[in-house]
Design a protein around this ligand. Structure first.
Ligand code: GDP
Ligand code: MG
Length: 454
């Protein structure tokens, strides 16, 4: 998500040794300056950052520790607004009302879904979405599809006006005790008075706790400029940058908070519902300095994994009863964590791996598709008990899933190996076996789990 920036900092940090001289410092900051500008960070932000890091490091003695400290302090400062909320905060009295505003195509509707999903899955909240984009019929239809996919309630009425539908939705939220209401609004290709008037009216009726300006990160400094305009004309409490997975260089995320005077609150990095990350400055600084973001990862995992389910699964694995239903279940849980790339980016030292993995899609990898096709051709009994699969049944499976029988055999063998391995690891000395296995895999000889890239 922040690869380019993280690389810039890593390279600069690598140029300074524990005890060093002013020349080395200059070299490091010159290169940092160049790469930040290239990543599209605003020149004033870069100038300010470099000046601070140089002065502070010199003052405290040129060396790696002081350089790191100066960099970290300044990054925290430019990413934070004193007293402003971070990530998502709830109103003292529910429902928390969120108004999503922005230009057309910036990602408001998608992000409305992502935010609803985040609040439901990670914060366990009851969320209501209101479709107040009534400019295009397709807009309501799009929101219907998104909300039904993530099982979130929607208030929509193509015949109403935006303010009418907002009133209707808020009344429902009050009555039925929703925790959060998210209102999706219409955008325009460019800022115009008509849009601003409509939004001002919706704002008056909605009386929102949060006004999130949704901006496309790929538009670079334009995202900052339009955010400033919306802040002046409507007022905003936060910014969400979308499409960070594209070729966005990321620089805009670094300068935006100070430039607009409103904190960046979330980053969208993908078209799927789990692809939304909270922007919490201390965690982002940690990530930028190459130390990962273990906190966010732990939060995501805790929310996605049901402890009761997890325990049941461990028991099954121990008894060697792990079957195809369990496997599909596990895949579903993994999906909730988001893309593999974003997970890797949060693990310290795994940033580079994230890049190599690219956009590996768990759900759509060939291996997973094959397994899913096979499982869907199995009878319920076969799913429960892979041992039932004799040659006749395997032939039937191959035909049903449109695969060669060799392929079916290979996948079944992998699956059995994986289940065996899991059983071994869940027993005594499991960790040692795991390490051995990792070493083998890195040596290129490992058998591999089904679904692992090989
Ligand atoms: N790759 C990527 N695409 C996104 C992201 N957010 C939104 N989109 C896509 O951008 C397009 C416009 O999004 P939409 O939510 O309809 O924008 P709206 O007009 O502001 O409501 C859609 O095709 C979305 O799938 C993101 O974070 N990453
Ligand atoms: Mg929309």
């Amino acid at each position: 998500m922040l690869d380019t920036l993280t690389d810039s900092f890593k390279n600069a940090i690598g140029k300074i040794r524990f005890h060093d001289d002013a020349k080395a410092l200059k070299k490091a900051t010159t290169e940092l300056k160049k790469s930040l500008l290239k990543a599209d960070v605003h020149h004033k932000v870069v100038k300010d950052l470099i000046a601070y890091v140089e002065t502070e490091t010199k003052k405290n003695g040129v060396g790696k520790d002081n350089f790191l400290k100066a960099l970290q302090d300044k990054l925290s400062e430019i990413l934070t607004i004193e007293g402003a909320p971070k990530g998502f905060t709830f109103a003292s009295k529910p429902p928390t009302v969120v108004l999503m505003i922005g230009l057309q195509g910036s990602g408001k509707t998608t992000t409305t879904g992502k935010l609803a999903y985040f609040l439901k899955e990670q914060k366990k909240k009851k969320v209501l979405v209101i479709a107040a984009d009534l400019q295009r019929l397709a807009a309501v239809e799009q929101l219907k599809q998104i909300t039904s996919q993530i099982e979130i309630d929607l208030v929509a009425d193509e015949g109403a006006t935006p303010t009418q539908i907002v009133k209707q939705g808020l009344a429902k939220a009050e009555k039925e005790l929703y925790d959060v209401v998210i209102i999706d609004t219409a955008g325009r290709l460019a800022i115009d008075d008509e849009l601003m008037d409509e939004l001002a009216e919706v704002k008056k009726v909605a009386n929102p706790d949060e006004l999130f300006y949704v901006a496309d990160a790929m538009t670079g400094q334009d995202a900052v400029r339009t955010a400033q305009t919306f802040k002046e004309k409507i007022g905003i409490t936060g910014v969400i940058l979308t499409k960070f997975d594209g070729d966005a260089k990321g620089g805009v995320a670094l300068g935006l908070t100070q430039q607009v005077g409103v904190p960046l609150r979330f980053i969208g990095a993908g078209e799927k519902m789990p692809d939304l990350e909270q922007f919490i400055s201390d965690r982002i600084v940690s990530r930028l300095m190459g130390a990962g973001d273990v906190e966010s990862l732990a939060e995501k995992a805790a929310a996605a994994i049901d402890p009761k389910e997890a325990k049941k699964m461990t028991q099954k694995i121990k008894k060697g009863q792990f079957n195809f239903n369990d496997f599909l279940n596990q895949m579903e849980q993994m999906k909730k964590l988001g893309s593999m790339k974003s997970i890797m980016g949060m693990i310290p030292g795994m940033g580079n791996m994230a890049k190599q993995i690219g956009d590996m899609d768990l759900e759509n990898s060939d291996e997973i598709k094959t397994i899913k096709a096979m499982v869907s051709s199995m009878t319920p009994k076969e799913r429960e008990n892979p041992d039932l699969l004799n040659n006749t049944r395997k032939r039937r499976l191959a035909a049903g899933a449109g695969l060669e029988q060799m392929h079916v055999n290979r996948v079944l063998k992998q699956f059995k190996n994986a289940a065996k391995m899991a059983k071994k690891m869940s027993g005594k000395g499991g960790m040692k076996d795991m390490q051995k296995m990792m070493a083998q895999m890195q040596g290129g000889g490992g058998g591999g789990f089904p679904g692992m890239p090989r």
